[in-house]
Write a protein that binds this ligand. Structure first.
Ligand SMILES: *C/C=C(C)/C=C/C=C(C)/C=C/C1=C(C)CCCC1(C)C
Length: 253
């Protein structure tokens, strides 16, 4: 499965399950974008930006998956550069989603800055460890994890958590809780994939695969992206729909 017999003729082989997930990733991200854009018309004005950002996240990912599946088919190697370009755009957009959700409850721009700073540390360090100095991937993985920890701190203990707790909107509070589960549990799939790199903690699980070729790390990342980008967007959608229904009920009362 990890060393699928890929011949470099740009066709998808029956046993290339990682290749399959590049295709399903591409198509499902594109479908999710269309869904969010069309559904945007059914929520009240103040939620439209949130749904647009959800659509942008899955659309940016869809375009990158389009390229990544091409790189995968033609070279049978991991398209690491495209992946990190994608994340560098989509993770800050997810930070913006947090900000948009909490802004009516009084979130300040400092919260957004801290979330984006944490993301940058996380992604730049991850890229260095995965693509520049792979021998040092453990050290850079630890630095990257500190960036992620900053984000977790902000949304569980820091100001974002306090603003959410003080919000008097139960729809927002419930949705916010689900969002941070994505950031804690869903995002954990990425470092688990990263730890399969040579010399790292979980490498033993995938011993024998050629790290310059087909890589189970990509399987982990492809699954994680679908869960976190589409799932996260669906939570935003649920919050927007719930809040819109509530506003309508209030207006009628
Ligand atoms: C849509 C893309 C998302 C939500 C990407 C998230 C990426 C991460 C949470 C990556 C985290 C990493 C670590 C915490 C340590 C090892 C290196 C990374 C970059 C894989």
């Amino acid at each position: 499965m990890f060393n699928s017999p890929i011949l470099l003729d740009a066709t998808l082989r029956a046993g290339d399950y990682i290749g399959f997930t590049f295709f399903t990733g591409y198509m499902s991200m594109l479908a999710a974008s269309i869904f969010f854009i069309i559904e945007r018309g059914t929520v009240s004005d103040k939620w439209k930006t949130s749904l647009l950002v959800s659509a942008l996240i899955t659309f940016i990912a869809a375009v990158h998956y389009f390229y990544m599946r091409g790189v995968w088919l033609e070279t049978a190697t991991s398209p690491t550069q495209f992946r990190y370009i994608d994340w560098t755009l989509t993770v800050p957009l997810m930070c913006i989603e947090y900000y948009l959700i909490l802004k009516p409850a009084g979130a300040k721009s400092g919260m957004l800055v801290r979330l984006i700073l944490g993301s940058l540390v996380m992604l730049v360090a991850g890229y260095i460890g995965e693509a520049v100095v792979i021998e040092q991937n453990v050290l850079w993985g630890i630095i990257s994890t500190l960036g992620w920890a900053l984000i977790i701190y902000e949304i569980y203990v820091g100001e974002a958590a306090k603003v959410a707790a003080a919000s008097n909107n139960p729809v927002v509070q419930k949705g916010y809780n689900v969002l941070r589960w994505f950031t804690l549990v869903g995002w954990a799939i990425y470092p688990i994939g990263y730890m399969m790199l040579p010399g790292n903690l979980l490498h033993g699980l995938v011993e024998g695969y050629d790290p310059t070729k087909s890589s189970p790390v990509d399987l982990a990342y492809n699954i994680a992206d679908a869960v976190n980008k589409i799932g996260f967007g669906l939570v935003i959608y649920t919050i927007a729909k719930g809040a819109t229904a509530e506003e309508k009920a209030l207006a009628r009362a």
